[in-house]
Structure formats: C-alpha cells, structure tokens
Design a protein. Structure first.
Length: 348
C-alpha cells in the first residue's frame, strides 16, 4: 500500500483565466492543471494526504462574492478513488484573494513586467482599501472558511504497518494578537517566509497521547508548517532546551516555522520511544533533517540517509514536501510517495 502526500496546491479559479490569457511562451504554471496531472499519476487503491495550502483563498471572486475555491479543489481530486485525508495550511484560512498589483504573481512564474503587460485581462489589482486586510486577517467568529469546507478532516488514521497523525498549524502567526505583542515571537514571526500560528495545548496533549501507542508501527506526524527549517545548509547543532529559540535564530532555522508550542512539540518527540517521521510543507523546497533523541543533535540529511535510517527509532526524521502550486525561483513541483520500502519525491 502507498501513501501519497500533496501540498501547497493553491487552487483558485483565477489561474485558469490567467493561463488562457498569457502566451504559452512564458511557461506559466497553472496550479489547477498541475494538480490534475498529479492526481492522474496516483494509484487509486492508496491513501492521499493533502497537507495544507490546498486553496489560495476561500472566495473565487476578488470582491468576496461568488463560489468557493474549495468546490474547485474537490472537483479536481474527484477522479482519485482512494481515501483522502485533509490537513490545513495558512492560506486555507484566508477569505479573499490578495492584490496581484501589490504581491505580484511570481509564484506561478509571472514577473511584474509581464503581469503589467496583461493586467487588464487578468484583473485582481483593484485596491480595496481596508478590505485588503481580509486577504490575510483571520476572524473565525465572523467567517471561518474551514466551516464551509465540504470535506471534514480526520485527525488520525491507523494502518497495518504505520499510523499517521495530522496536526493543524493554523493561520498566519501575525493574525494572533497574543503573539504579535510578545517580543519573544517577533524574530521568528517576521522571518523571510511568514510563519504560522502553531499548535494549541489541546493538540500537544493529543500528540502526547498518540505517541503512547503501538511501538512496533512506524508513526508519521503531518504538519503544514515545519518546527524548524532553513534555506541554507546547516552544520550539526545541539538543541539546548534552555536556549531553544536563540539556537534556531543563530542557525537561521526559523524560515517558515510555526510559533506557538514549537519547542514543546520538539520536546514531546524527543521523549517518545516511537519510530517517528515528521512530514511538513509550506516552505516549498526539499529539505530533510535528522534529530538524534539521545544526543539532541540536529543535522541536515538527504533522502538516501532518511530511507536508510527509516526504521531506526533513535532518530526523528524530518521531510518537507514539494509544492504543486508554487514555482517561485523555478523550484520543482511534485508530491511525496511513501511505500513500505521507500519514501521518495515524484516530480511533476
């Protein structure tokens, strides 16, 4: 049996419109078509984990009226006949599209120069004043996009040889006032790639409970945002419990990380006797790490070593997925494939 992991699909109706208007010589990425291509390659009798940022924003209309992009997402994965498990990312919480004139379209391979040339055909650049904040602001009491999602996610799933746990790292960190006004979180919160809120105490309790399960099985923990990540190669470092955040900052391991209960998440894993692999997304590039439970030493790794040590309980394995809806800086797109013998990337 295989387990597939897709993430950062960023599905939205507007991509098909842009793809139609922009000449093919620009090699534009259409995330919608890329997801269709990926789904067509998957075995239909396996399981599919969708690990966050599945849609780019809730409303398909720029002004907040009309159909939901969730409808399009589920239409595109409808051909997959296996079981689908959902985890959410920070974009899945967003209500409205962001202003293309402000943020550009580099993530689909469109430079500002090209976008400006075709901006009248593309649209999505009319300034909405205070409504612009709705593209990132999250107020679940007024409008919770996940409550409108037609497919509810499970938290855990048990298989013959391994178990999986899905933890939702929530919306963007700066939507939480208790984090925004706490100097302790300023550095990771305003890192190069905006960070997610993180895990609640309820989720940490669930994690601790879950890690008391069957020690014979391989355990996969899925998060959209990683607890630690860096674009540069890191040397071996020791995660000191008293200086945890300063060590992450010093070694530039805070790119795209989640904030709330980050250290407690790591400490919980270090104390667990389980064979653990953590699958994360959000950062849009391949990265693998190994964390030694006995020495607390963290070092960068590769997929060959990850597979070699896959069943060694001493090491916590960290693997980031490839995106399907993001090619900024011409990165690869693809998905993660997990079988009983091998974990590998499949590039699209």
């Amino acid at each position: 049996m295989k387990l597939y992991v897709i993430s950062d699909t960023h599905i939205a109706e507007v991509w098909d419109k842009i793809d139609k208007e922009i000449p093919s010589r620009y090699h534009l990425l259409d995330p919608n078509k890329n997801l269709e291509r990926a789904i067509s390659k998957l075995d239909k009798d396996s399981f599919l984990v969708c690990n966050g940022d599945l849609i780019d924003y809730y409303y398909s209309s720029y002004l907040g009226k009309g159909k939901s992009n969730w409808r399009l997402f589920f239409k595109l994965i409808k051909s997959y006949r296996g079981e689908v498990l959902l985890n959410y990312g920070n974009h899945d919480y967003r209500k409205l599209a962001y202003d293309f004139g402000i943020y550009g379209l580099r993530q689909i391979g469109l430079s500002n120069k090209i976008r400006q040339k075709y901006e009248l055909k593309i649209g999505y650049d009319k300034f909405r004043f205070l409504q612009e904040l709705d593209s990132i602001k999250v107020d679940e009491h007024k409008f919770n996009t996940l409550s409108h999602c037609p497919h509810k996610s499970v938290i855990e799933k048990k298989f013959k040889n391994y178990n999986i746990l899905l933890l939702n790292t929530g919306p963007d960190a700066f939507t939480r006032k208790d984090l925004l006004f706490n100097p302790r979180y300023w550095k990771p919160m305003f890192s190069a790639h905006p960070s997610s809120r993180g895990l609640t105490q309820k989720q940490i309790r669930k994690l601790k409970q879950y890690l008391q399960g069957d020690l014979k099985k391989e355990t996969f923990v899925f998060l959209h945002s990683p607890p630690l990540s860096s674009k540069i190669k890191i040397k071996q470092i020791k995660l000191n419990k008293q200086k945890y955040w300063s060590i992450l900052r010093k070694n530039k391991l805070i790119d795209g990380t989640f904030i709330l209960n980050n250290q407690e998440f790591i400490e919980t894993l270090l104390k667990s006797p389980q064979n653990l692999t953590v699958i994360t997304s959000h950062v849009n590039f391949e990265k693998q790490y190994l964390l030694d439970k006995e020495t607390r030493n963290l070092r960068q790794s590769n997929m060959k070593e990850i597979n070699h040590l896959r069943f060694n309980k001493r090491y916590i394995k960290f693997i980031s997925t490839l995106p399907l809806g993001e090619i900024e800086h011409r990165r690869n797109t693809g998905y993660l494939q997990i079988s009983d013998k091998l974990i590998n990337y499949v590039k699209i």
